[in-house]
Ligand binder design. Structure first.
Ligand SMILES: O=c1ccn([C@H]2C[C@H](O)[C@@H](COP(=O)(O)OP(=O)(O)OP(=O)(O)O)O2)c(=O)[nH]1
Length: 172
C-alpha cells in the first residue's frame, strides 16, 4: 500500500463503509480548495455511488436561486482507469426535499479528463438552495464503458420492433 493509499484509507475509515479492496482504482488528487474535505466515500457496503462534496469556501456558501444552476467545484482531480467512466448522479434526498438535481445527469467524467470535477447543480425547487462547504451534493458511479467501431452501411437488420418507439408498446 502506498503512502497515498493509506492516507485515502484512513480518511475513508472514518466513514461508515469500508473501502473496497477490489475493482478499478480511482486515483484522486485534492486541489487546494478541496483540502480538509472528506474524500468521496461509499456510505454503505452496497452503495453504487460514492458521495461527492461541495468544495465551496466555508465563508462563502453558494446560493442557487429557483430555476438557477451552478457548476459546483469538488476540489478533486480524478484519474479514472481506461475502460471506465464516472457518472455524476443526483442524490434522491436532495431531489425530493429541495428539487436539487444534476442538470446533465448523468454527468460524464471521461477517463482522460484531468481537470477539476464539477457538479452542475440545478434548482428545480421553489426556494433558494444553499450549498455549504462539505455538503454531499451528488454521487459518483464508476461504470465500465465500451467504445464502438463505426461501420457505415446501406441498411440495418430488421427486428420485431422495427421503427416503433416513444410509447409504441403502450403502458398496460
Ligand atoms: O458533470 C460533469 C460533466 C463533465 N465534467 C468534466 C469531465 C468530463 O470529462 C468533461 C467533459 O464533459 P462532457 O464531455 O460532458 O462535456 P462537453 O460539453 O461535451 O465538453 P468537451 O467538448 O470538453 O468534451 O467535463 C464534469 O466535471 N462534470
Amino acid at each position: 500500500m502506498t503512502h497515498l493509499d493509506s492516507l485515502a484509507r484512513s480518511a475513508l475509515d472514518q466513514r461508515s463503509a469500508p473501502l473496497p479492496d477490489s475493482g478499478p482504482e480511482l486515483v484522486l488528487v485534492r486541489l487546494p480548495h478541496g483540502q480538509g474535505l472528506d474524500l468521496p466515500a461509499y456510505e454503505t457496503p452496497g452503495s453504487a455511488g460514492m458521495d461527492l462534496r461541495a468544495a465551496v469556501a466555508e465563508d462563502a456558501p453558494l446560493e442557487i436561486a429557483p430555476g438557477g444552476r451552478f457548476a459546483v467545484p469538488t476540489g478533486l482531480i480524478m484519474e479514472i482507469p481506461a475502460g471506465f467512466e464516472g457518472q455524476v448522479r443526483p442524490r434522491s434526498g436532495l431531489a425530493l426535499k429541495s428539487g436539487i438535481t444534476c442538470l446533465n445527469t448523468p454527468g460524464t467524467i471521461d477517463s482522460d479528463y484531468r481537470g477539476e470535477v464539477k457538479i452542475i447543480l440545478a434548482n428545480l425547487g421553489a426556494e433558494p438552495f444553499t450549498v455549504s462547504r462539505g455538503m454531499r451534493i451528488a454521487q459518483l458511479v464508476i461504470a465500465p464503458v465500451t467504445q464502438a467501431r463505426i461501420r457505415l452501411a446501406e441498411s440495418v437488420g430488421s427486428t420485431e420492433r422495427g421503427t416503433g418507439g416513444f410509447g409504441s408498446t403502450g403502458t398496460a
